[in-house]
Write a protein that binds this ligand. Structure first.
Ligand SMILES: Nc1ncnc2c1ncn2[C@@H]1O[C@H](COP(=O)(O)OP(=O)(O)O)[C@@H](O)[C@H]1O
Ligand SMILES: [Mg+2]
Length: 271
């Protein structure tokens, strides 16, 4: 098992009103159990605000969980200090939605990629350059990209650069948070094909976060459907497509496959 989440919760406190007795919370992630096996991509789907990004950030330890535990290859990483986490951190990398804001416009691609090495301490110059060129080629960009700036690339190319940056550390798990959502459909397909290629080459496993079920089908063996902080359905991809159980899953599917599903809005409420 590559990753396991046990009863993970993340509650964000809401601003407290004067005279209000009890503090209220947004239950962004609410009691999530989830496992990811090595080599088995998981699509985490759900509408905006369902808690997908928060879950990704907890796995990366960018947020502490309110409760619950995260295990990486069987090791409980929940309460590790930054120092203890350091040698493990490179194993999990994340690629975000917006390649425009995630790449510093003042940095050349060489600088962008070079920054990724901070996680690894001393890596000699020649070795760095060799690895930078290696990942650039792997994502289908030329090595001359090293001396260019982010604005000189298209949206799809920038996302390739973000993927290259994540690959430098040779991660085991790559979390892609709406990583193709802002791209045109055709470019989306190209990036998905690239991800498949990279998976074989680098022995990767993807946690693919998206609101778009159609894209998930091409890449993921399993789908977890998130709704209001909870996983409401978890099954093999084709199973979800052919026999969705939860009404919310049916709605998502209907949107993806463009038909009118037979469900009622109030059926979603979790009792
Ligand atoms: N840092 C934060 N502080 C307070 N509330 C947050 C924070 N991050 C997310 N939320 C809230 O948690 C819920 C889930 O958000 P998010 O994880 O971003 O969902 P998704 O990625 O599925 O769109 C939303 O209601 C959001 O407003
Ligand atoms: Mg999000």
């Amino acid at each position: 098992m590559l990753l396991e989440l046990k009863k993970v919760k993340k509650y964000f406190p809401l601003p407290q009103e004067l005279f209000q007795k009890e503090r209220e919370y947004v239950r962004a992630v609410d009691n999530v159990d989830l496992t990811i096996n090595a080599g088995e991509n998981l699509g985490l789907v759900g509408e905006s605000g369902s808690g997908k990004t928060t879950l990704g950030r907890i796995i990366l330890k960018l947020y502490p969980a309110t409760e619950g535990a995260v295990f990486l290859e069987g090791k409980d990483i929940t309460s590790l200090s930054n120092k203890e986490m350091r040698p493990l951190r490179k194993n999990i990398q994340m690629v975000f939605q917006d390649p425009y804001s995630s790449l510093d416009p003042r940095c050349t691609i060489r600088n962008v990629l070079n920054e990724a090495f901070v996680l690894e301490g001393k890596v000699v110059f020649e070795e760095r350059i060799k690895r930078m060129k290696g990942v650039l080629r792997a994502v289908g960009l030329s090595v001359s990209s090293l001396d260019k700036y982010p604005h000189e690339f298209s949206g799809g190319e920038r996302q390739r650069i973000a993927i290259a940056r994540a690959l430098i550390m040779n991660p085991k798990l790559l979390i892609l948070d709406e990583a193709v959502s802002s791209l045109d459909v055709l470019i989306q397909e190209q990036v998905i094909d690239l991800l498949k290629e990279l998976q074989d080459k680098y022995d990767l496993t993807y946690l693919f976060i998206t609101h778009n079920l159609r894209v998930v089908r091409k890449l993921c063996q399993k789908i977890a459907v998130m709704y209001k902080g909870k996983i409401v359905e978890l099954a093999g991809t084709e199973e979800v497509f052919s026999n969705p159980i939860h009404p919310y899953t049916k709605k998502l599917l209907a949107a993806a496959l463009d038909y009118k599903a037979n469900y009622q809005e109030d059926e979603f409420e979790i009792k």
